[in-house]
Design a protein around this ligand. Structure first.
Ligand SMILES: *Cc1c(COP(=O)(O)O)cnc(C)c1O
Length: 494
C-alpha cells in the first residue's frame, strides 16, 4: 500500500513517488502541510470477512493491518501484532477471562428495540482507548527504526491522555526517547502520578511553568526550526499519525463480530448492520470507523458525539466547518474532547471529495485564512448521509444524568466521555440494529465528575492504589524555547 498527501504531495500529479507505510509512520505532516492517506482503501469481501469471525484480536489485527502495510514482511508484522495484543497488556481493570478479547463487548440492555452495548477500549495501561493504537506504534517504531538503523526523539505536549499513552507505549523501546511537555500543576493528581512515576531512562517528563497552549507553542516552535528538527531527529506521535488511525480500524471489525453473534442478541444474519457511537475530539477514532466501513464493514450509522465544543457536530448537521480559537474552546468535564479544530478531519474531507487534492488544499487553506469552509451546497456533502454519518452533542448536565442513569439502570460506572457517546447514541436507536458505544476511558481517571454524578467516589482497582505516593521523575522548566532546546540536546538520542 502506498500513501500520498491530502494536498497532493507524493500523488500522481506531483511527480514524487508515493510513500510506503513506514515512511507514513515516521513522517508527521507531509511537506505540503497535508496528511498521508492510502492511495486506495483495501476492500474486504463478505466471504473473506466471515472467515475472520473467530480470529483472536492479534490475528484479526494482522489480517487487517497487512492490507495497509506491505513494507514489513508478513511474519514480522504477525509477531508485532501478537506482542502488542496480549491479554496482560489490556487487563488493567478487568477480570482476565474476557481480557483475551482485548476489546470485549458488554451488553447493557435493550432500549427502543435495540441492543445497546459498550465496547471496552480502555483496559490498557493508561486506561484510555489511545493505548490500543499507541502500544502498536511503540512496537512498530522500535522495529522500523532498528531496520533503518535510525533513532528518534519524540517531542509532544499533553494535558493528559495522549502523553501518558505515548510514554507507556514507548518506555524501554530501543532507539526511541520521549520528551513530553505538560502544564505544571494543571493535570489531575492521577494523571501526574501516572506519568511522573515512570522511571525508564528513555522517558523525559518536562513540567512547564505555563498552560497547555504554552506547551503546544514550544513544540510548534521547535518543529519550525528545521535545522534543529533534523539534527535531533525530532518526531511526533500525535493523532495525525496514520499508524494510530489504522490500528483503530481493527476494533470496529472485532466489535461487529461480537455484536452480530447470537450471544449479543442480534440476528444471526451474516451481514447484519451495526451502528457505532464515538465520543470524538480530533476525529481519529471515528475516522477509523469510516475506513472500516469503506473496506466493506456493514456499519449502518457512524455517530459523531461531541461535547460543548461542537465544531464537528455543526459540520455534520449543516456542512459548515468553522474552527474556533483556543480561547473559544471550553474546558469541559470530558476534557479529551475539548478541541477547537479536529486534526484528522482533513483526511475525511479528502476522501469525501474523492481524493481531489487541489480542492482539499484550497479548503484547508481557507481554514487558515478565513477560519473555515462551507460544503452545504456541494454534491459531496450528500455522500455524508450515504456513509451513515450523523452527529450530536452533550453538555455537562447531560453527562451527569447519563452517568447516573447507567449506574442505576445497569449497575455500570462509565466515564464522562463515554457518557457523551451514550447520550448521542440514544438519539439514533433503531429497532433491531445493535448500537455499540465506544468506551474511551475508565471512570477512575475522572473521579471528580463521577463523585458529582453519583455522590460517591469511583472504586479504584488494586493495581492503581497508592500511585500518587510513588517516587516521581520529572524536570521543571520555564516556557522558554532556548532552555528546552538545551535540555533536549543534552538528553536526546544522537
Ligand atoms: C482522545 C480521546 C477522545 C477523542 O478521540 P479522537 O480520536 O481525538 O476523536 C475521546 N475520549 C477520550 C477518553 C480520549 O482520550
Amino acid at each position: 500500500m502506498a500513501y500520498h498527501s491530502t494536498r497532493g504531495a507524493f500523488g500522481i500529479a506531483s511527480g514524487q513517488a508515493p510513500q510506503p507505510f513506514s515512511a507514513a509512520l515516521l513522517t508527521g505532516l507531509a511537506p505540503d502541510g497535508g496528511l498521508l492517506w492510502p492511495v486506495k482503501i483495501p476492500q474486504v469481501s463478505a466471504q473473506e470477512a466471515l472467515q475472520w469471525r473467530h480470529l483472536s484480536y492479534a490475528q484479526l489485527a494482522f489480517a487487517i493491518l497487512s492490507k495497509f502495510i506491505d513494507d514489513i514482511d508478513g511474519e514480522t508484522l504477525k509477531q508485532l501484532c501478537e506482542k502488542t495484543y496480549r491479554a496482560e497488556v489490556y487487563s488493567h481493570t478487568r477480570a482476565t477471562e474476557n481480557a483475551a478479547d482485548i476489546t470485549p463487548l458488554t451488553l447493557l440492555g435493550q432500549e427502543q428495540g435495540a441492543y445497546l452495548s459498550l465496547l471496552a477500549l480502555s483496559n490498557g495501561p493508561t486506561l484510555a482507548f489511545k493505548d490500543i493504537a499507541m502500544q502498536l506504534l511503540g512496537n512498530l517504531f522500535e522495529y522500523v527504526l532498528h531496520t533503518q538503523n535510525q533513532t528518534i526523539n519524540i517531542l509532544g505536549a499533553t494535558s493528559g491522555d495522549t502523553g501518558s499513552a505515548a510514554e507507556y507505549a514507548m518506555r524501554g523501546k530501543k532507539g526511541v526517547r520521549v520528551f513530553m511537555l505538560s502544564p505544571y500543576g494543571r493535570m489531575s493528581a492521577f494523571q501526574q502520578a501516572q506519568m511522573f512515576s515512570l522511571q525508564d531512562d528513555n522517558i523525559f517528563n518536562i513540567s512547564l511553568h505555563g498552560v497547555f497552549d504554552d506547551c503546544q507553542d514550544l513544540v510548534k516552535r521547535i518543529n519550525e526550526d528545521l535545522a534543529f528538527k533534523t539534527r535531533y531527529h525530532i518526531a511526533a506521535v500525535n493523532s495525525i499519525n496514520f499508524g494510530r488511525v489504522v490500528a483503530q480500524v481493527v476494533y470496529y471489525w472485532k466489535a461487529w463480530f461480537a455484536a452480530t453473534s447470537e450471544t449479543a442478541g442480534a440476528t444471526s444474519e451474516s451481514l447484519a448492520q451495526v451502528s457505532f457511537a464515538v465520543p470524538s475530539g480530533n476525529f481519529g477514532n471515528v475516522l477509523a470507523g469510516h475506513i472500516a466501513r469503506r473496506m466493506g464493514l456493514p456499519i449502518r450509522k457512524l455517530i459523531v458525539a461531541t461535547n460543548e465544543n461542537n465544531v464537528l457536530d455543526t459540520f455534520f448537521r449543516t456542512g459548515v466547518y468553522r474552527v474556533r480559537k483556543s480561547a473559544e474552546t471550553q474546558e469541559t468535564s470530558s476534557p479529551s474532547m475539548d478541541i477547537s479544530k479536529a486534526s484528522n478531519f482533513e483526511r475525511f474531507v479528502f476522501d469525501l471529495l474523492q481524493q481531489d487534492a487541489s480542492r482539499t488544499r484550497q479548503l484547508f487553506e481557507d481554514v487558515e485564512k478565513k477560519g473555515g469552509f462551507d460544503l452545504s451546497s456541494d454534491p459531496a456533502f450528500k455522500r455524508i448521509a450515504e456513509y451513515g454519518f450523523v452527529s450530536g452533542s452533550s453538555t455537562h448536565a447531560h453527562r451527569l444524568a447519563v452517568i447516573r442513569d447507567i449506574a442505576g439502570r445497569y449497575g455500570q460506572i462509565i466515564d464522562p466521555h463515554t457518557a457523551d457517546g451514550i447520550k448521542v447514541a440514544r438519539e439514533y436507536l433503531e429497532p433491531g440494529i445493535p448500537m455499540v458505544v465506544l468506551e474511551t476511558a475508565q471512570p477512575l481517571k475522572f473521579s471528580e465528575t463521577i463523585e458529582q454524578a453519583l455522590g460517591r467516589p469511583c472504586p479504584r482497582p488494586v493495581n492503581f492504589e497508592g500511585i500518587e505516593a510513588l517516587p516521581r521523575r520529572f524536570a521543571q522548566m520555564k516556557a522558554d524555547v532556548v532552555a528546552l532546546k538545551q535540555y533536549i540536546s543534552e538528553h536526546c538520542n544522537e
